[in-house]
Design a protein around this ligand. Sequence first.
Ligand code: 2DT
Ligand code: MG
Length: 212
Amino acid sequence: SSGENTGRGALIVLEGLDRSGKSSQCAQLASYLESQGVAVEAWRFPDRTTAMGRMISSYLSCQTDLDAAAIHLLFSANRWEKCSLMESKLKAGTTLVIDRYSYSGVAFSVAKGLDLDWCKGPEAGLPAPDLVFYLDISAEVAAARGGYGGERYEKLEIQKKVEKVFKSLKDTTWQSVDATQSIDSIQSVLREESVKAINECQSGKQLMQMWL
Ligand code: 2DT
Ligand code: MG
């Protein structure tokens, strides 16, 4: 069946501060790709629907407290519990567009004072994204958009620290996108770059492992 799409799907991640526009951009990107005939699913981390996800959600809404190291490992485990499903979806040709991943995992924990290398440890070996969009906006501008809810990290002081760590995590898979542009301008960059990444994966680009 020459000409058939037999390659794998792409792992595309959106990262950024709260109120950077990640969730809307993810949803729009996934529906665009779907309209173009791409097999695609929109995911998000934390996945609050699992047992671990419910513990995380309770922590984020300040209903429970946990040591910084314990919640860090729980966020990581919440990705690991989805690892085999991620791999099988990608292998079967489905592209995953994911709202937050290991970079958020490290950025928020390091912002709280944990060691960078210790934080990266449990992420090592997860499927590595083919493409990471960092929706770049300063913590001040994001906060000025309003709409922080009452969750634990939705505070300017924390977001400022998180912003610094995010910027130290940039690697070759990252594309920074100015998140102060219009929704449509951002979306058109995301569409164009995603299509390229999807084509590369279809043509045999190997799936890598996170931080190994
Ligand atoms: P949402 O607002 O996107 O639901 O995120 N977080 C997220 C971490 O501290 N570690 C992680 O590994 C991930 C994925 C960022 C909920 C909050 O959880 C933080 C914001
Ligand atoms: Mg949030």
